[in-house]
Design a protein around this ligand. Structure first.
Ligand code: PLP
Ligand code: ZN
Length: 427
């Protein structure tokens, strides 16, 4: 079985030189292909090192206030006219001293708050890059298999570009993610099954004649999609004054985001835009207890991921058969990091702790990451004296139910001073 779509064209003007198999190293042209014909391994974008090495800090700093300031390090979108984008990126890097104190962290602690993107998750970055590549490759309809946030982003990007979309979601998705997708128009297909069922169906649809014109951002143009995540590494380094932090904590669904932040740091060092920190950097991964196949494989000291049937409230992370899992494990092992997972109660507590100490309301994925940060400090895996950046990848308003039962008004009073006094507000 081959998994290619015969797209009308290939991308020609790009620092990327082709696609390369992550498993066997076979090389292919830059086209809509995501699996190796030799070994079925996943493909990733490979760059012309000389082209990357020409990129300067000054050029980047003079660029737009969004991910496209890094266009010269991305596989598509060199020409602004071809971009399919809501211009995500340059989200705040927020200092979190109160959270640090609460957790016993003495080094600098930062939250990279990617809930501040146009559709309120980091997925706008990957979708902008994937759909820009899709347009350059000649696709005329946009699609995805989504755990929620991707659906929001693809539907919104398609609406802005005036391109039809058809997105696929599990039928049990949070209402906050269904409405925030459907509102953009386009077709929205709810599938009676898990995300992994949705993904499998999309892999089958992409092979049909009826979907030949359709770019599935995380299926047939996945190598381009994955590259968008690198901007979360570049941005943190630039925002720290062109420095790489000692430690990063990253939520994992497929595990791709984690591998690409690590790749971004490596690229920045290789092309001379930043100096590597003296002891390198260390990458930590966060999953939920309801869907922890990558963390469990690491704990069991294996590279073999045993797929699970996901449960629990962190639905945006619920990929039971994570494609980039082995590569995430490799990055964490190589950098001396660790992975852990948090149960639903810990995730809720993580959402509330982040909100109460930083003013940032995260979705369940963010709660997962904060809960795992706490565990990593307690277990001594994360060095509390070193600088740490924690990625908040999504917005709490989309998963209100996670904490709706736990918080509410602290008082209810009559509209009078007497009412206020009776409630103890006047002493
Ligand atoms: C998709 C998603 C992730 C994880 O992405 P992967 O690259 O698949 O690991 C993390 N957080 C949120 C909020 C997401 O929507
Ligand atoms: Zn291969």
């Amino acid at each position: 079985m081959t998994t290619t779509v015969s797209a009308p064209s290939a991308i020609t003007t790009s620092p990327a030189r082709g696609l390369v198999c992550r498993a066997c190293g076979a090389e292919y042209p830059l086209a809509a292909q995501h699996a190796c014909y030799e070994c079925f391994g996943p493909l990733e974008v490979a760059y012309d090192e000389a082209a990357l090495a020409r990129v300067t800090r000054a050029e980047i700093e003079a660029g737009p206030q969004n991910i496209w300031r890094y266009a010269a390090l991305l596989p598509a979108g060199q020409d602004p006219a071809t971009r399919v984008t809501l211009d995500p990126g340059l989200t705040p890097l927020v200092s979190a001293p109160l959270l640090a104190a609460e957790l016993g962290i003495t080094g600098a602690l930062w939250i990279k708050d990617d809930s501040q993107n146009p559709t309120h998750s980091f997925k706008d970055r990957v979708v902008s890059v994937a759909l820009t590549a899709a347009k350059e490759l000649g696709f005329t309809r946009f699609s995805c298999a989504s755990t929620g946030n991707l659906a929001n982003s693809v539907a919104a990007h398609a609406a802005r570009a005036g391109v039809p979309s058809i997105v696929f979601i599990p039928a049990d998705l949070e209402q906050g993610k269904v409405v925030t997708t459907a509102v953009y128009g386009g077709e929205l297909v709810a599938i009676e099954g898990s995300y992994d069922d949705v993904n499998r169906l999309c892999s089958e649809l992409v092979e049909t004649d009826e979907f030949e014109d359709t770019a599935f951002v995380n299926v047939n143009v996945r190598p381009f999609y994955a590259e968008g995540s690198k901007t979360l590494g570049y941005e943190v380094a630039e925002q720290l004054g062109w420095r790489i932090p000692a430690q990063v904590v990253i939520p994992m669904a497929s595990g791709e985001l984690l591998t690409k932040v690590d790749k971004a740091f490596s690229e920045l060092v290789e092309i001379g835009l930043v100096e590597a920190p003296e002891d390198g950097w260390t990458v930590f991964g966060a999953q939920s207890a309801g869907c922890n196949p990558i963390a469990v494989a690491l704990h069991n000291d294996t590279d073999v991921i045993t797929p699970v049937k996901p449960t629990g409230i962190a639905k945006s992370l619920n990929i039971g058969d994570p494609a980039a899992g082995p590569y995430a494990i490799e990055a964490v092992r190589r950098t001396g990091g660790w992975m852990d997972y948090a149960d639903d109660a810990e995730i809720r507590a993580g959402i509330r702790l982040l909100a109460e100490t930083t003013g940032i309301f995260a979705e369940t994925a963010g709660g997962t990451t904060i809960a795992v940060l706490k565990k990593l400090v307690e277990s001594g895996k994360l060095d509390p004296a070193k600088e740490t950046v924690v990625y908040n990848t999504g917005e709490g308003l989309k998963t209100l139910d996670a904490v709706a039962g736990e918080v509410g008004p602290t008082h209810r009073i009559k509209p009078s001073l007497r009412g206020a006094r009776e409630a103890g507000l006047l002493g």
